[in-house]
Structure formats: structure tokens, C-alpha cells
Design a protein around this ligand. Structure first.
Ligand SMILES: [Mg+2]
Length: 405
């Protein structure tokens, strides 16, 4: 097969807020090859990501992603790895390239899986897809009482694991944070799995982060996520040495090496990978293999649609001992309506990567239309990209509302 087209669908809610909610807009990717179709999703700002695909070449090491992808052969996973290496090399000075390529890479796996009649995790070499305990991902409340109530609600909804993130933590007095940690544990009950995400709030200040450790230990938190900037490996390691609560991080990794450095030099206990940022499913699987060899637990990171959720589950679907997974529970309507089917919890409250071919998720064309953002990219009067309703129906009959021209 030859990669014939790569179509981008830029979607957004009518209003975008400053909330740390990545489901407010989306960049969905469709790839066609040999009359077959695959879908993927970038976890990135849509406009610069489209631009990274169509922009004029700046110089030899700063080429648009499209030049390394269109027209390439696609006959197996080795072709995806080969194209990935070319994107890395040809676009090394185009920092958005990893985000753009991530959605395309996912779509290539989806397409291959559909052609071969196998789920992607089988193409990755796994025998089966193990069920995982999903954690409900939510923000800390504005007050400790609100945090407590959110914890209680999650337990009522059947979640055994809950992640509290961001909110007031690290922004004021130590005592306020301690009260939130106590409230979170109380709301969850003694046996719930408590995960804490502070969203890089301590920058590179190890002492401020370390001051919170005794309270996190007392609350029996399973992990402290992203205390520092994504690449602050020395700071991660310094805090890990002073804490019985393990460090977690990795969602900010834009390539395999960043994630490996976090494991090898940051001494995290959990590495959390977003396939929509790291370059897709292939490098995420490499991280899962490396983590396993180092005794580190792999966890998916995802906060957009169920297409991205399915992609995020593939790299560690067959790792039996990695039992926790992220499961977004408060998505914007865009991210829910984008797919015709959804990954649901089973009778045990667990979820698993789908058994269906490819990523096992169907796109709902009406949502592509409903949330479409009109956009045009022109250079010297030449249109490089334009949103166009009803343009270029693919082999699946879904018109490309956004198409590279
Ligand atoms: Mg996080």
C-alpha cells in the first residue's frame, strides 16, 4: 500500500477556557492507503500542528511533516518505524512535528490493524489485552470540603482509584495542601487508591515539593505526579530520594528519549505516556518495554476522546502487572460525540483495550461537522490548507472537512 492522503479535522467547543481540560478542542487525523482508512488524534494545539504538516520548508533539517509521510509505502509496522525516523530527522528543528506525527502514527496503526483484521496490541506482539483498573481523573476542589465530596462521589460511582489534580495545590500555604490531602483520603475511604497530580506547580523547587511529602505519606498516596517541569530529571531524582511516595511523570515526553531519561535519571516509579504527544504508539511501546526492564510501572496518559484512550491502552495492553490506567470521566461533549462507540467499564469496574481490529473505535461523522473550525493557511497567496465542508469523501464516505490542499 501507499499512503495517499492525510486529512486533518480541527474541532473545538464554542468557547475555550483556561481550565486544564485537554478535551476542549481536538485535531483528528484520517489517513488513507490502498483504499483503506485509519484514524488518529493529536494531543496538541490544532492550528500549529496542521501548520507543521503543510508549512514551507525552512531548511533541510526543518521540513514539513507531510514531505516525509505522503506517498510512502505502508506494508507493516516496520514502515511506520521507518517513516517515524525520517520525520524525526527531516523535521528535527520543527518542534511541533512530534505532536503532528503522533496522530498520523496512530492512524497508520489503526489502518494496518483493520487491513490485517487484528487489534493494534496484537500487532505490537502481545498475546492478549489485560483488563486494568481505571482511575477517575478529576481536579481538587476549591476547598477541602469540595475535595472530600468529589472523592466520595467517585467511590459512589464505583471507582476504586481516583486521581486529584491541579487546583489550589502548591499555590498557597502548606497547611491548605495538607487539608486537601487529608480530605481526599477521607472522601475515598481507607481502601481507595489515591493518586495526586500537581501539574508541574513546583517548577524546579525541590524544597517546596518536599514539604508536602509527609502529608502525602500520611494520606497513603500511591504516587505524586508531575511535581516539576517535564525535563527536570535531577529534581525528580532528588525528591524521589526523600519520599516513600513514588514519583510519576512522563506525559510531557515528546520522544522516547525524554521518557527513558525520566526513568533512568529521574527515578520515577510510574511513567505516564501520552501517545498523542510522544510520537504515537510505537515509541510508547518502547517506553513500556524499557519501564518493564527497569521495574517501573507504565501508565497511559490521555485526556481527550475514546479514540485517544484506545490508542493509549495499546502499548501496555499485554503487560499484566501494569494494572492501573487513566480513564477520563469529565470530557467535553466534543470528545464524547466524536466517536460512535466508547470504552466502558465491565462488571468488575475494569476496562481493556478493544478486541476489534485496529484501534476498535468508530468515528461519528456528524461530530466532525458539528464542531468544525473554519481555518485557512496561506503563504504568498498560495493556500496550503483550508477547511472545506463536504470536500474529498474518503473510502469510508466521510468527507474531509479539513484537507491539505
Ligand atoms: Mg498529569
Amino acid at each position: 500500500m501507499k499512503i495517499e492522503t492525510v486529512d486533518f479535522f480541527y474541532l473545538a467547543m464554542p468557547e475555550i477556557t483556561t481550565a486544564a481540560d485537554g478535551s476542549q478542542d481536538a485535531l483528528v487525523v484520517r489517513v488513507t492507503a490502498g483504499g483503506h482508512v485509519g484514524w488518529g488524534e493529536c494531543e496538541a494545539a490544532p492550528l500549529p500542528s496542521i501548520a507543521a504538516f503543510v508549512c514551507p520548508m525552512s531548511h533541510g533539517a526543518c521540513q514539513p511533516v507531510g514531505s516525509a509521510v505522503l506517498g510512502q509505502r505502508l506494508d507493516g509496522p516496520q514502515d511506520i518505524a521507518r517513516i517515524a525516523a525520517q520525520v524525526d530527522y527531516d523535521s528535527m528543528d520543527l518542534l511541533q512535528a512530534a505532536h503532528t506525527w503522533s496522530g498520523i502514527e496512530m492512524a497508520l496503526w489503526d489502518l494496518l490493524g483493520k487491513v490485517w483484521g487484528e487489534p493494534v496490541w496484537k500487532l505490537l506482539g502481545y498475546e492478549r489485552s489485560y483488563s486494568k483498573t481505571p482511575y477517575a481523573s478529576q481536579l481538587f476542589g476549591d476547598t477541602p470540603q469540595e475535595t472530600l465530596e468529589r472523592g466520595r462521589r467517585s467511590r459512589t460511582e464505583g471507582f476504586r482509584a481516583v486521581k486529584f489534580g491541579w487546583g489550589p495545590i502548591g499555590r498557597g500555604a502548606l497547611g491548605v495542601d495538607v487539608d486537601h490531602f487529608v480530605a481526599a483520603r477521607e472522601g475515598l475511604g481507607p481502601d481507595g487508591l489515591l493518586l495526586v497530580d500537581v501539574g508541574q506547580v513546583f517548577g524546579e523547587d525541590v524544597e517546596r515539593a518536599a514539604a508536602r511529602i509527609p502529608a502525602l505519606e500520611a494520606a497513603r498516596a500511591t504516587w505524586l505526579e508531575e511535581p516539576f517541569a517535564a525535563s527536570a530529571y535531577a529534581e525528580y531524582a532528588a525528591l524521589a530520594a526523600r519520599s516513600t511516595v513514588k514519583m510519576a511523570g512522563g506525559e510531557g515526553a515528546h520522544n522516547f528519549h525524554m521518557a527513558r531519561n525520566l526513568i533512568d535519571y529521574g527515578n520515577v516509579g510510574f511513567v505516564q505516556i501520552d501517545c498523542g504527544r510522544i510520537g504515537g504508539i510505537g515509541p510508547a511501546k518502547r517506553v513500556a518495554d524499557h519501564a518493564r526492564a527497569r521495574g517501573v510501572t507504565y501508565v497511559n496518559h490521555t485526556f481527550t476522546s475514546n479514540l485517544a484512550l484506545s490508542a493509549s491502552l495499546q502499548p501496555f495492553a499485554g503487560v499484566e502487572e501494569a494494572t492501573i490506567c487513566e480513564f477520563p470521566v469529565a470530557l467535553q461533549p466534543l470528545a464524547v460525540e466524536l466517536t460512535a462507540n466508547h470504552i466502558k467499564r465491565d462488571g468488575n469496574g475494569e476496562i481493556a483495550a478493544p478486541e476489534a481490529p485496529g484501534l476498535g473505535i468508530e468515528i461519528a461523522p456528524a461530530a466532525l461537522d458539528r464542531y468544525r473550525v473554519d481555518v485557512e493557511i496561506s503563504v504568498r497567496g498560495r493556500t496550503l490548507f483550508r477547511s472545506r465542508a463536504g470536500h474529498n469523501p474518503g473510502p469510508d464516505g466521510v468527507p474531509a472537512m479539513d484537507a491539505a490542499c
